[in-house]
Design a protein around this ligand. Structure first.
Ligand code: CP
Length: 380
C-alpha cells in the first residue's frame, strides 16, 4: 500500500532514492515540470501550516499538476460534524493524491483505510511527520555529505515533537548514530522511542543541559515548545523559554555543526544565529521541502496502481473490549473505527493508530488468544 503514514513505510533504499531524486530535481527542474500534468493534489489541513501545505502545493504546481483543498478545519464540513472517514471518501473522488494534517494521532491511518488514492501524512498531532523527516534527511545529506557516523542532538519538546519522533526512527536506518536528547523532564522523549533505540542497539543520552551538550554535536535539531499541545497552560508558561540558542552558546560548537529546526520558531533560536551562514541550515532545510515533496508525490503517484490492485480488506484484529487510552488518539473522536492493536517485539501491545501502549487488565486471556503480530499490520 503506497501511502506515506509513517517513515517506516519506506525502506532505507527507498529513502536514499528519494534523496537522490530530490537532488536531481534541484539540478534539473525543467525535466520534471510536466510529470504530473493532469493530476490533482488535495491538501486537507485540519491544523495550521505554512511550510508543509505551501511546499506541497508548490511541489505539485512545479510538476505541472493542480491543487485543491482547505487550510482550516472550520472552512470544511468537519465544522458541521462530518467524520474524517466521510471527508476522505469524498475527496479521494476529487483528487489523485491527498496530503493531510490532522490534530489527532493516527488520523492518516484511518484516512488510508477509506481512500481510493494515496494518503500522505503531513503531521498527525504529536505523533509523526514523515515528510518533514525525509526533508530533514535530505538536508543532513546535503549539509554533511553523509547520513552515517553522526552525533545528533535534539532539543526542546521531545515529548510532543512529532518531527523528532519520525527523525529518530529514520536515523536508525543508518550506521553509528548517537543521540543526545536535551529537554526538560516534563518533555522528554517518549518511552516507545527509547525502547526502539534500546532494541536496535543505538546509543542515547538524556540531559537538561543544552550548552554542555553542544561541543559534541554534528547536528543540533532545535524544536519549538508547542503551546497547542499543553492541556495545562501554566506548564507551558514555565517551560516555554527554557532553551534559547544564541550566538554565545555556539562558541564551543564544532565549526561544521549543522543547526536544523523544522520551523516555525518562536524564540528558541535567536535571530543572531541566522548570520552564521554555514551552521544555520534551517532556512535551507525549509526550501529543501519543496524538492523532497516533489520526489514523494512522483513516487506515490507512480506506484498508485499497486494500491488499487491490492486487497484493501485484510484481516482485522479488532477486540471490542479494548480501547486506546490516549485521549489524543483518533479513536477517541472518530465514529466507527475498529481498534487495531500491534504487538511489538518487546511483547507490549500498542494502539495501531497512535502507538500508545494499550492494555486490558481484566482480559489477558483474550489478548493472548487473539493478538497475532503478523496480522496486526493489516488495515481495515
Ligand atoms: N515544519 C512544519 O511542519 O512547518 P508548518 O507547520 O509551517 O507546516
Amino acid at each position: 500500500m503506497r501511502d506515506l503514514i509513517g517513515i517506516e513505510d519506506f525502506s532505507k533504499e527507498e529513502i536514499d532514492e528519494l534523496i537522490e531524486v530530490s537532488k536531481d530535481i534541484m539540478d534539473n527542474k525543467a525535466k520534471y515540470s510536466e510529470m504530473c500534468k493532469g493530476k490533482i493534489l488535495a491538501t486537507l489541513f485540519f491544523e495550521p501550516s505554512t511550510r508543509t501545505r505551501l511546499s506541497f502545493e508548490s511541489a505539485m504546481l512545479s510538476l505541472g499538476g493542480n491543487v485543491l483543498g482547505f487550510s482550516n478545519a472550520n472552512s470544511s464540513s468537519t465544522s458541521k460534524g462530518e467524520s474524517l472517514a466521510d471527508t476522505i471518501t469524498v475527496v479521494s473522488g476529487y483528487s489523485d493524491i491527498i496530503a493531510m494534517r490532522h490534530p489527532m494521532e493516527g488520523a492518516p491511518l484511518v484516512a488510508s483505510s477509506k481512500s481510493k488514492v494515496p494518503i500522505i501524512n503531513a503531521g498527525d498531532g504529536g505523533h509523526n511527520h514523515p515528510t518533514q523527516t525525509l526533508l530533514d534527511l535530505l538536508t543532513i545529506s546535503k549539509e554533511k555529505g553523509h547520513l552515517d557516523n553522526l552525533v545528533v542532538g535534539m532539543c526542546g519538546d521531545l515529548k510532543y515533537g512529532r518531527t523528532v519522533h519520525s527523525l529518530v526512527t529514520a536515523l536508525t536506518r543508518y550506521e553509528n548514530i548517537k543521540f543526545v536528547f536535551i529537554s526538560p523532564d516534563e518533555l522528554s522523549m517518549p518511552d516507545y522511542i527509547k525502547e526502539m533505540l534500546d532494541q536496535k542497539g543505538y546509543e542515547y543520552i538524556e540531559t537538561n543541559d543544552l550548552e554542555d551538550s553542544i561541543p559534541d554535536l554534528d547536528i543540533l535539531y532545535m524544536t519549538r515548545i508547542q503551546r497547542e499541545r499543553f492541556s495545562d497552560l501554566s506548564v507551558y508558561e514555565r517551560l516555554k523559554d527554557v532553551y534559547i540558542l544564541d550566538k554565545s552558546k555556539l562558541k564551543n560548537a564544532k565549526e561544521d555543526l549543522s543547526i536544523l529546526h523544522p520551523l516555525p520558531r518562536v524564540n528558541e533560536i535567536s535571530v543572531d544565529v541566522d548570520d552564521d551562514e554555514r551552521r544555520a541550515a534551517y532556512f535551507r532545510q525549509a526550501e529543501n521541502g519543496r524538492y523532497m515533496r516533489m520526489a514523494i508525490i512522483l513516487k506515490l503517484l507512480n506506484e498508485q496502481s499497486l494500491k488499487s490492485e491490492k486487497e484493501k480488506s485484510g484481516e482485522v484484529i479488532s477486540i471490542d473490549s479494548l480501547k486506546c487510552p490516549n485521549e489524543r488518539c483518533i479513536t477517541s473522536v472518530e465514529r466507527g473505527i475498529k481498534q487495531l492493536v500491534s504487538k511489538c517485539e518487546d511483547g507490549k501491545l500498542r494502539c495501531k493508530y497512535c502507538e500508545h501502549e494499550i492494555w486490558n487488565e481484566n482480559d489477558e486471556k483474550t489478548l493472548k488468544v487473539y493478538i497475532q503480530p503478523e496480522k496486526c499490520y493489516n488495515k481495515v
